[in-house]
Design a protein around this ligand. Structure first.
Ligand code: SR1
Ligand code: MG
Length: 400
């Protein structure tokens, strides 16, 4: 890290200047962010107990430092995304309390009563309402920000507002390019290296499909995508699911968010092969993850189709057979992004705790290799699947 970090004191002074708490209250706080990009603080009044969250963008990438410049305008896009998501998926995103675009600061409701989904999955905690709620979010955003529902003019204006070149560039490199060759930016488990060099990096068929999907990511402007919908970008609770951190948002491929989420859930499914704990608990939790994947996909299709029936604006939405052909392409694209995300989290720059938390590097490599093999199958054979259960069965054959 070669850049000064913000201090808690400077954040407290900022919220005082913004009058976010009554003037004479005692304010305390702490840094709660564990992301790669920004700083996040929780602040509370020691008098009333009222609390809020402050997200601060510095003009660089947090996990690298000043040498990786990143404009603070990313907070403007994030705030715009939260506002648009709040319109179509109310209560499923954090409420914005104040936006200070010039300072790169976003103040949001404090959601610390909820839990980060990734950590809950690693504790094998189940949330019965999650599948339905996340499908509601995904279907509403996919449909209502697309040309299917929005009028041409409004949609094109929105596309312009969400052009996000610096953050998209990170994903273009880290998701679609680096994992397919021995890129110096990759972070490789030494025990996995022989498989990568001897097998994975030689899979020109896999690299070809990943490149085809990179071009879709670069050029398709279908709807507002969150852009980083992994299990660390979702809060869960018994009653409420909240999707946060949309800084990688842009108008992009509709299947990207769902594919990313299902890829991350699949990684969790595989990780139990090498995590400690009773085998019966692992088997039970895996059954839950498999059910989540099927339910999320199924509920997405139901909800998206309902939106289409009720609010389809463009005449193409009424053309016989169009919805079916659209959903077929969407399914195939979802499988592709699902596989691509499984791959990038094994040996790209940024990994998942699900796998990196496996202490023994040889055990970890066995799971990583199985995930990479499963993902290669999914990516190259994506057009041969027609049903989510069939996909799941195919993937599970690779579980070590
Ligand atoms: C340098 S940022 C690394 C990754 O973190 C986020 O989760 C994004 O997916 C990005 O690729
Ligand atoms: Mg993030």
């Amino acid at each position: 890290m070669d850049a000064p970090q913000p201090t808690l004191q400077s954040i407290i002074e900022f919220v005082r200047a913004q009058a976010l708490f009554p003037p004479d209250e005692r304010i305390a706080g702490r840094e709660i962010g564990d992301g790669n990009v920004n700083y996040v603080y929780r602040l509370w009044s020691e008098d009333s107990g009222a609390s809020l969250v402050v997200k601060l963008a510095m003009p660089y990438l947090r996990c690298v430092g000043k040498s990786y410049a990143l404009p603070i305008e990313r907070v403007v896009r994030e705030a715009d995304a939260l506002e648009l998501q709040g319109r179509y998926a109310p209560s499923l995103v954090p409420q914005v309390l104040r936006r200070c675009d010039a300072q790169g600061v976003l103040v949001m409701e404090d959601l610390s009563a909820l839990r980060v989904l990734r950590h809950e999955l690693l504790q094998q905690v189940k949330y019965p309402r999650f599948a339905e709620q996340i499908a509601t979010f995904l279907a509403a955003m996919a449909f209502y920000t697309s040309d299917l529902a929005a009028s041409g003019g409004e949609k094109k204006r929105l596309e312009g507002r969400f052009i996000n070149p610096e953050l998209c560039r990170i994903q273009e490199d880290l998701i679609f390019s680096d994992p397919y060759f021995d890129c110096p930016r990759n972070v490789v488990n030494p025990a996995l290296r022989p498989y990568l060099v001897g097998t994975f990096f030689r899979r020109s068929d896999v690299r070809l499909v990943a490149s085809q999907y990179k071009l879709k990511y670069l050029t398709q402007r279908e709807c507002l995508v969150h852009g980083d919908l992994h299990t660390g970008s979702i809060f869960v609770g018994p009653e409420r699911t909240v999707v946060f951190d949309p800084e990688f948002c842009f108008f992009g491929p509709m299947a990207f968010d769902l594919g990313k989420l299902l890829g991350n859930l699949s990684i969790n499914y595989f990780c139990w092969s090498a995590r400690p704990g009773p085998a019966a608990d692992h088997a039970d939790f895996r059954a839950y993850i498999a059910q989540l994947i099927v339910e999320i996909y199924g509920q997405f299709v139901v909800k998206f189709s309902q939106h289409w029936q009720q609010d389809g604006r463009d005449p193409l939405t009424g053309v016989p057979g169009f919805a079916e052909s659209f959903l077929r392409s969407f399914f195939v694209d979802t499988l592709a992004y699902w596989a691509i995300v499984m791959i990038r989290r094994m040996h790209g720059l940024a990994h998942n705790l699900d796998i990196d938390g496996i202490p023994d590097e040889v055990e970890r490599a066995k799971v990583q290799e199985a995930i990479l093999e499963a993902a290669c199958q999914l990516l190259t054979k994506r057009e041969s699947y027609f049903d989510i259960n069939e996909v799941l069965q195919a993937l599970l054959r690779f579980v070590p």
